[in-house]
Design a binder for this molecule. Sequence first.
Ligand SMILES: [Zn+2]
Length: 343
Amino acid sequence: MSPKYKDYYSVLGISKTATQSEVKSAFRKLALKYHPDKNKGNKTAESKFKEINEANNVLSDTQKRKMYDQLGSNWQDGQNFNPSGGRSRGYRRQQYQGGFSNQNFGQADGFSDFFKSIFGFDDFNQGGQSQGFSSHYSPQGFGQNRMQSNLDMEAELDLSLEDLISGGQKVLTFNYKNPCSVCAGQGQTRNGICPTCRGSGETIAEKRIKVKIPKGIRNNSKMRLRGQGKQEAGGRSGDLYIKIHLRDNPDFAVIGDDLETNIRVMPWDAALGADISVPTLNGYVKIKLPANSHTGKMLRIRSKGLPKKDGAKGDLYARITIDIPSALNQEQTKLLKQLRDIK
Ligand SMILES: [Zn+2]
């Protein structure tokens, strides 16, 4: 049965002709409203937030949006939508059956079956360590290399927001199971239970691998490292699938490509305007706080958000909160009393 068609335009409340900036602003507005930080324990908001993210993931990406628009609401699962043609109906269906996406990662990334049946399950496809990564839905590479084999492995990579900003490489260490070589995976030898694997037929091995952090990854992004899976005696090797887990940061909330942080300012600075320091993920930046800034005011600091796939960066939004000094000295107290008593 085909997953139900999703109208991403109506999810974001925009028209089919909406521009990229209209998509972005609609997403931002809704993401702020339904953000989990503001709706703790609210299941409806949570699923709404997921839906908004999914819609934005598709509509903010011109290539995905084009594909999606081509499908239309008469879409059927397995339909050939690749503009370059050449694939028969049902091809993709086959790939997913019993495949990786139905195992551990299928439910975890929060994207709907509809999304997965169009765009697959992974956002990132790192075509070998040296080549960086490419999106698997590019017309050429699409679907070509996605057959799963028992040589494939999965692992989860824990990253901080700072890791996304700095890019570079991370060492990933994980355990995986191998068929026991003593009993050839049988669990039994001629003398009874295999002493090496104690009858399980499997032994645990450790793998360490350097992973290049691609631009544009987010929580639950998937990467594929070709040829980094298990190796067969004959030389054939499987792929390693890595799921990204982005650690929460107490100071920065992630909203799409943008970050949001709270800034405390003194009442006189908020009233008169001032130069203030705002923390970013890589050091402080000085910005101008305009006069007459109220609590809740958002200041945008360009390009201090997260790196995007195309190399650009999202923005950082600083939300102003007006605070008072933790202790007032005598003069401050005196002046504040004067201020209070002015009619
Ligand atoms: Zn054994």
